[in-house]
Ligand binder design. Sequence first.
Ligand SMILES: [Zn+2]
Length: 49
Amino acid sequence: MRNLLQDCQFNNCMHLEEPGCAIKAAVIAGDIAAERYASYVTILDSMNE
Ligand SMILES: [Zn+2]
């Protein structure tokens, strides 16, 4: 998962709603399991609090 996140072209991308995000595209394409992305978002949420 960490390597996949680094595939994103944007250094500061949160991989949430950014247009052109490689991670979002990979989730939609099925290259990243939706549940793995969901857990990433959950971790991100907890870090933002
Ligand atoms: Zn991204």
